[in-house]
Design a protein around this ligand. Structure first.
Ligand SMILES: *[C@@H]1O[C@H](CO)[C@@H](O)[C@H](O)[C@H]1NC(C)=O
Ligand SMILES: *[C@@H]1O[C@H](CO)[C@@H](O)[C@H](O)[C@H]1NC(C)=O
Ligand SMILES: *[C@@H]1O[C@H](CO)[C@@H](O)[C@H](O)[C@H]1NC(C)=O
Ligand SMILES: *[C@@H]1O[C@H](CO)[C@@H](O)[C@H](O)[C@H]1NC(C)=O
Ligand SMILES: *[C@@H]1O[C@H](CO)[C@@H](O)[C@H](O)[C@H]1NC(C)=O
Ligand SMILES: *[C@@H]1O[C@H](CO)[C@@H](O)[C@H](O)[C@H]1NC(C)=O
Length: 678
């Protein structure tokens, strides 16, 4: 796709001929582009660029690309020559980042050592990044950005630098499709929009408006309101200052932690805190550290540069007011996945290039998934972009054109997208999605759970392949009804679901034997995770059917809700299936509540950069991910000698003990089975 040509001239092309022909046969993972014209041409017209079709009759076609459309070719002058993106030419993904120093968020992202080093150390090998600037200062911005990353790469692998391209041409002069998409996809909040503080004072003709960076999202509960606050100097904020009551405290950085400053000002009844950077220092990402993070503070805080006119007015005892605004900006990021489709990059919850890495990891995951989906299988479409909403959810009855006995592998290829093509149209909240199947109303297997996922916070890119082969016996008829649903109050999702049947080797003890699951026994389901939780579970006796070669324990367990210990979503619970009183098969959710427990799982398909706290580890699940079935081969734990000669019992613990919350107990959602193979 992207080639770097050695050409030092900054000459570039005002007219780029773009071939956006998209054949119907071309397999793209997402929606096909709406640009069905044979050719389109970018033409310069007095600094504005319009999208012209050679076929005037198709002018009513939506002119600007949406996420999921194929990216057209691109050439951009760079400090080293020219960056060329040619669809289909090179494997890998591309991230385009437009910098502006008008954003405190971006200034911090480009100044913080941890942010810069995350890019040079963890950018996936398949990803290239093109850096451009939105401003007149594009030449010095490009040199500065390159310098920042060269410095960060000094002590690590330098190979990454060959995949980073810096353009000295400002976005407003690029003359290709980058500016139009950046402006068309504009957004507000977190990684885009310009957060600002607006100061007024009696002696001034004009307000003074400067950029700000609000404290990290999950630390302070307070939010700026629309009102006009008085600004009061409170020194370095390392001691309480009664004079700030009802006002915004103006506080210098240093001498004590950000937390201490904000806590002191909160104790002094300030309405908010502005911490200014000492001269020459960049704006920092104000966060709590270690045990500080256990104390919740309830006022808003932001970091700004030291504005001399504000400092002077305060020094001379002049009244200064401050208010807070966010001015919309063009988008700062565009992604192009490995299939060449344009993609939004989601929310960056704090100023770090880690979010670029996570999105790029997801592009890798998606390319890999795409390859897996090309492998041979009998595919049965259940839902094809069907709305899932309300009590009913999405329901379809399909014929299974099987001999299902001919297959031993069943994978669910599921995706959740949004009513329109932007993430902004997606449902905000994370909810459990369950798939139930019934092939025979009289069967004990009717309406058992076949799959489980958790929706992403407001992102529509999720697609997952889940191996549910052990549950093949649930498909005990030729016509099966599938119901996929979430809570009835969730906003709608658009679901697609394919069943993929295939015959493959079990990765069992015997290497190449093709075992088939032929029977399942449903065991336990979950419930309220309180002191009575384990009282509901009685041992179940079972025999091993004749000709059984292998027995597996299969369960899907997720913890939800929040008691005083954060259970079951954010506490470490363990789940035990005790076989024959001695074999303690244990599943522990040990990343629940960790800061990056789910960010670590982007490589497995967890949707990155969601509009919520998707990063934290959770009780057996992540936002925007399938719930992986937990499978244990228990054949060797069993006694095959007689009728009901085995027992199993389940119990769930918090901290190695029965749960015992005093308020708002959480709950465990569980399905569990014994699976018999022959
Ligand atoms: C960004 O803005 C800050 C404050 O205005 C300034 O100190 C800094 O030098 C600027 N950085 C660049 C790269 O222009
Ligand atoms: C500051 O705010 C106060 C109270 O809202 C208002 O009375 C005053 O006129 C404001 N002064 C300036 C300079 O904005
Ligand atoms: C606060 O920090 C500044 C800059 O590091 C230093 O110059 C000053 O002496 C410190 N003040 C106190 C009271 O510690
Ligand atoms: C803050 O407000 C509370 C409640 O109004 C009051 O009791 C307390 O004295 C105030 N503290 C200061 C430092 O003004
Ligand atoms: C099963 O595994 C064997 C050995 O690993 C391999 O040669 C064979 O191709 C596999 N068959 C299928 C259907 O995957
Ligand atoms: C099973 O293991 C867990 C954790 O290792 C332990 O707390 C529990 O007591 C064990 N139960 C039995 C019956 O061995």
């Amino acid at each position: 796709m992207a080639l770097l040509r050695s050409k030092s001239s900054l000459l570039w092309f005002l007219i780029v001929v773009v071939t956006a022909h998209v054949s119907e046969a071309a397999e793209t993972p997402k929606q096909k582009t709406t640009l069905s014209q044979d050719e389109v041409v970018w033409v310069s017209e007095d600094d504005s660029f319009s999208f012209r079709s050679k076929k005037p009759s198709s002018m009513n076609v939506a002119a600007l690309p949406e996420p999921g459309d194929l990216a057209a070719a691109l050439r951009v002058p760079t400090l080293d020559g020219e960056f060329i993106y040619q669809p289909g030419a090179v494997k890998g993904s591309l991230v385009i980042h437009a910098f502006t120093n008008k954003s405190g968020f971006l200034e911090c992202m480009w100044s913080s050592e941890s942010s810069l080093s995350s890019l040079v150390q963890d950018l996936p090998d398949s990803t290239q990044v093109l850096f451009v600037s939105l401003d007149d200062s594009a030449v010095s911005d490009a040199l500065w950005m390159r310098g920042q990353l060269q410095r960060a790469a000094m002590h690590s692998k330098k190979e990454v630098l060959s995949r980073l391209h810096f353009s000295p041409v400002p976005v407003f002069s690029l003359g290709n499709w980058i500016p139009s998409i950046l402006y068309y996809w504009s957004c507000m909040g977190h990684n885009c929009g310009l957060s600002q503080a607006v100061f007024t004072s009696e002696g001034w003709k004009m307000p003074v408006i400067i950029k700000r960076l609000d404290a990290r999202y999950d630390w302070l509960m307070g939010r700026w309101t629309q009102k006009l606050y008085q600004l009061i100097d409170a020194g370095n904020g390392c001691d309480p200052s009664p004079s700030v009551a009802g006002a915004v405290a103006w506080v210098s950085e240093g001498n004590c932690s950000f937390f201490t400053k904000v806590q002191n000002m909160a104790k002094s009844n300030a309405s908010g805190v502005l911490v200014y950077a000492l001269p020459g220092n960049p704006i920092q990402d104000m966060n709590c550290v270690r045990e500080e993070c256990y104390t919740q503070l309830n006022i808003p805080a932001a970091m700004v540069h030291l504005e001399p006119s504000v400092a002077q007015a305060l020094r001379f005892g002049q009244l200064v007011n401050v208010s807070f605004q966010i001015t919309p900006s063009p988008s700062f990021f565009i992604g192009i996945d490995q299939q060449g489709a344009l993609a939004e990059m989601g929310w960056f919850l704090y100023p770090s290039f880690s979010f670029v890495n996570w999105q790029a990891q997801w592009f890798d995951f998606y390319a890999d998934l795409w390859t897996k989906l090309q492998s041979p299988a009998k595919v049965v479409s259940v839902f094809d972009k069907v709305q899932m909403h309300g009590d009913k959810g999405a329901v379809a009855t399909v014929d299974l054109p099987l001999g299902s006995a001919d297959f031993n592998t069943l994978e669910l290829d599921a995706s959740l997208s949004c009513p329109d093509r932007r993430d902004g149209s997606c449902a905000q909240w994370d909810h459990t999605v369950q798939l139930f199947v019934c092939c025979d109303h009289l069967s004990p297997y009717c309406n058992m759970e076949l799959g489980r996922w958790i929706t992403a916070f407001r992102r529509g890119i999720g697609r997952w392949l889940t191996d549910v082969s052990p549950l093949l016996p649930l498909l005990d008829g030729n016509k099966c009804t599938f119901t996929m649903k979430t809570v009835p109050w969730a906003m709608p999702w658009i679901v697609s679901l394919n069943l993929r049947f295939s015959l493959s080797n079990q990765t069992g003890n015997h290497g190449v034997d093709k075992l088939h699951p032929f029977r399942v026994t449903s065991l336990y389901s979950g419930g309220t995770f309180d002191k009575n939780y384990n009282k509901q579970y009685q041992p179940i006796k079972f025999s091993i059917p004749a000709s059984t070669k292998k027995v597996e324990l299969y369960s899907v367990i997720t913890g939800h809700g929040s008691d005083e210990y954060g259970c079951g979503e954010f506490c470490v619970t363990s789940h035990h299936f005790l076989i024959n009183s001695v074999h303690n098969n244990t599943l522990t959710f040990d990343t629940a509540g960790t800061a990056l427990g789910c960010a670590m799982r982007v490589k497995e398909g967890a949707v990155p950069n969601e509009h919520g706290t998707w990063l934290y580890g959770r009780g057996g699940w992540c936002d925007g991910l399938q719930v992986n079935p937990w499978r244990v081969d228990i054949t060797k734990q069993l006694d095959s000698s007689g009728f009901d000669s085995n027992t199993v019992v389940y119990f769930g613990l918090f901290d190695g003990k029965d749960p015992n919350p005093s308020q708002q107990p959480g709950n465990i959602i569980m399905s569990s089975f014994l699976v018999f193979y022959k």
